[in-house]
Design a protein around this ligand. Structure first.
Ligand code: ATP
Length: 263
């Protein structure tokens, strides 16, 4: 194994799992992944993956259950370092998961600023909660929040960190249809306002086409297909180009009747 640091890029050449300790922000790129492999025992879940995300780019990651989407997201979030390969992500990054993961013994506003250095900053928490439309819920306990409010709190907690990269792991999956549409709209607005790069893991092809600049389709641990979405925003699901794009992605996923994917 040989490991060396060249300028601000961590370079690791190895055939054994290693810990990548330093991941400095590299100007001009929000995410740069090269040759990323992740094994669980004998099983290779990510296979020599290359992924780039530009600053401010919105990328959606689709793929069948178990194909490795969350594994990739966890690595980008620095929650898993047992990897082979190179991973560069911004220092300022934040994650929101399907389950909001709020601390039940802390009021909503305290959950938002939990883990930030210094004294809990109520004004900062309130500003973030206002931004996601639930400023009036700052002083309640998490258990009284609706599912949509809890998810908005989780988004506020991510945004208050002013991330250059926001990692979203199926954040809307547990919401009812109407709440989900509102949450999707909110994420689209927040992304335009904040200008951070986003990687959204989702099972919902329509959601991916509605929100993303680019959609990646993962299959068996590789990126099997990539589709750029050049439609103007806000996007219209009735637009024929929208429908065609959705159809093409469904083909790649192999979930349309009579198709088995092209990968
Ligand atoms: N800590 C772990 N130990 C062993 N196997 C794991 C671990 N984490 C994930 N896996 C396995 O890796 C594979 C990919 O998991 P991952 O959660 O990344 O899939 P996914 O594409 O996000 O699936 P889903 O869409 O269902 O959330 C799965 O087969 C999973 O069982």
């Amino acid at each position: 194994m040989a490991a060396s640091v060249q300028r601000n890029l961590t370079v690791v050449e190895t055939d054994a799992p290693v810990r990548v300790s330093e991941r400095p922000k590299v100007a001009g790129q929000a995410v740069r992944v090269r040759g990323l492999t992740r094994r669980f025992g004998e099983r290779e879940v990510l296979k020599n993956l290359d992924v780039d995300i530009a600053p401010g780019e919105f990328v959606a990651l689709l793929g069948a259950s178990g194909c490795g989407k969350s594994t990739l997201l966890r690595i980008l979030a620095d929650l898993d370092r047992e990897i082979i390969g190179e991973v560069e992500v911004p220092v300022r990054r934040a994650v929101a998961f399907q389950a909001p993961r709020l601390m039940p013994w802390k009021k909503v506003w305290r959950n938002v600023v939990l883990g930030l250095p210094g004294r809990p900053d109520r004004a900062r928490a309130l500003a973030a909660l206002e931004e996601v439309g639930i400023g009036q819920r700052a002083d309640v306990w998490p258990k009284v929040l609706s599912g949509g409010e809890a998810q908005r709190t989780s988004l506020a907690r991510a945004l208050v960190r002013e991330p250059d990269l926001l990692l979203l792991d199926e954040p809307f999956a547990a919401l009812d249809a109407l709440t989900r549409i509102k949450a999707q709209d909110l994420v689209g607005e927040l992304w335009q306002r904040h200008g951070c790069a986003i990687l959204l893991v989702t099972h919902d092809v329509e959601e991916a086409v509605l929100l993303a600049d680019r959609v990646l389709v993962m299959k068996d641990g590789i990126i099997a297909h990539e589709e750029r979405i050049d439609l103007p925003r806000p996007r219209d699901v009735a637009d024929p180009v929208f429908a065609r794009t959705r159809g093409s992605l469904l083909d790649w996923l192999g979930v349309r009747h009579g198709t088995h994917g092209n990968a």
